[in-house]
Design a protein around this ligand. Structure first.
Ligand SMILES: Cc1ncc(COP(=O)(O)O)c(C=O)c1O
Length: 425
């Protein structure tokens, strides 16, 4: 069970290693030193890893299809520095709220390459999207279609390109909370309703229907559901643009072997070519597969309690990583101070919050965990920062970019004053 330099599992960011002191190193930075300098908990992002994943995606699609764009599904890690880095890497961006739109613009994305999603967009959000000049607004319902048409008419009559989100009736094998493509989803139009919306848009004065979108779910480890979804939307007509969403799963633990990005892109592109043709504009929206494995969370052990089980309690938990509690997600963990040592104690890695369910990893093996040790949990780059909260008045962690041994804080730790910053009385 021990993690050694030779066996540090493939879930860690590229370039991670156990250094000559036997400690975990991320982006050339010693994890234990980082906690001494910046405190814990902390999200560490290996900058080179993130850049490499962005390039892998763009190169994979670019080698197989002429007219394409890769969109960062920014709900996975909506942090200005991450937007900025992925904009620098030439990606486009998808947003699912006015707040994400604000951050994407702040991060430097060209508005024309920002694509706006959401199943309950408000009038204010739609106005903001039009004013910003986003590329597509992805229409999710008839109510939204009518609202957007009225707003576009009242805002000077500029024509806005739109896509229709189709719920193809395809359910991948994933947690029900992140499955979205099944029949009777809260998202999008069923195929018959999509046909009606397509007809309705044929006569729209201010909206240009340029294509279709689907996103069938997240953390999908099989490729057939993506192919099935493409086949379903192919029956809805011929459009210049197809956005096939995100959803590719990642390895949270060493035993998970997700499809390689190249195989995923192959499956999508070959099915698009067979069903829709090679001349379409193809948009892909990876979130998790871009950012999850690029980050690691560091905690400090506060107590070790020997009960029926051994409980190792750290200084974070469900306020910085809600996924184990929401979806039963499984993580690895290692004592960063002794990353090479034998992981000889079976325990539960518990958070500091006032709920029994606040357990980050159950039944994990750690090397002689003791108060003061630094614990690392890898694969926290997706939906960790974005789902973070202040339960129990716990300030949210900083985000630290690590590269070639240099660490720079891109989001500072929240302070107690921040917790009261919105109070007006
Ligand atoms: C419309 C849309 N596109 C893309 C994504 C990204 O999914 P993932 O992070 O699984 O790649 C999501 C996630 O919820 C989504 O709702």
């Amino acid at each position: 069970m021990s993690a050694t330099a030779a066996t540090l599992s493939h879930v860690y960011p590229l370039g991670s290693r156990v250094n000559e002191h036997g400690r975990l190193e991320i982006g050339g930075c010693d994890a234990v030193e980082l906690v001494r300098e910046f405190g814990s908990p902390a999200y560490l992002v290996a900058e080179d890893d993130l850049r490499a994943r962005a390039r892998t995606f763009a190169d994979a699609v670019g080698a197989r299809h002429a007219d394409y764009d890769v969109l960062f599904a920014s709900k996975a890690f909506p942090c200005t520095a991450v937007y900025r880095l992925l904009a620098e890497e030439g990606l486009a961006c998808d947003v699912a709220s006015g707040g994400e739109l604000f951050l994407a613009l702040r991060g430097g994305f060209d508005p024309a390459r920002i694509y706006f999603h959401g199943n309950a967009k408000s009038a204010a959000e739609l106005r903001d999207a039009l004013a910003a000049g986003v590329g597509h607004i992805v229409i999710d319902s008839l109510d939204e279609l009518e609202l957007l048409e009225r707003i576009a008419a009242s805002e000077g009559g500029r024509r806005q390109e739109v896509l229709i989100r189709v719920t193809p009736g395809v359910a991948g094998d994933t947690h029900h909370a992140i499955s979205t493509g099944q029949t009777d989803s809260k998202f999008g139009f069923s195929p018959p309703d999509a046909r009606a919306a397509i007809e309705r848009l044929a006569g729209a004065e201010h909206l240009d229907l340029v294509g279709l979108h689907f996103h069938i779910g997240s953390q999908l480890l099989e490729l057939e559901p993506f192919r099935a979804a493409v086949r379903t939307i192919a029956s809805l007509g011929d459009f210049p643009v197809y956005n096939v969403g995100g959803g590719l799963g990642v390895a949270y633990t060493a035993s998970i072997q997700p499809p390689a990005v190249l195989d995923y892109v192959d499956a999508i592109v070959s099915t698009v070519h067979e069903e829709l043709g090679a001349d379409k504009r193809l948009l892909l929206e990876p979130g998790r597969a871009l950012v999850a494995n690029s980050a690691v969370t560091l905690y400090t052990v506060q107590t070790v309690k020997r009960n029926v089980s051994t409980w190792v309690a750290v200084d974070g938990g469900m306020s910085d990583n809600l996924r184990p509690m929401l979806y039963g997600s499984r993580y690895e963990a290692v004592v960063a101070d002794r990353a090479i040592a034998d992981a000889n104690v079976r325990c539960h890695l518990a958070g500091k919050h006032c709920e029994s369910g606040d357990v980050i990893v159950r039944d994990v093996w750690l090397a002689d965990p003791a108060p003061g040790d630094v614990i690392a949990t890898p694969v926290t780059g997706a939906y960790g920062y974005s789902l973070a909260n202040n339960y129990n008045g716990v300030p949210r962690p900083p985000v630290i970019f690590c590269r070639s041994g240099d660490a720079r804080v891109v989001v500072r730790r929240e302070s107690y004053e921040d917790l009261a910053a919105r109070d007006v009385g």
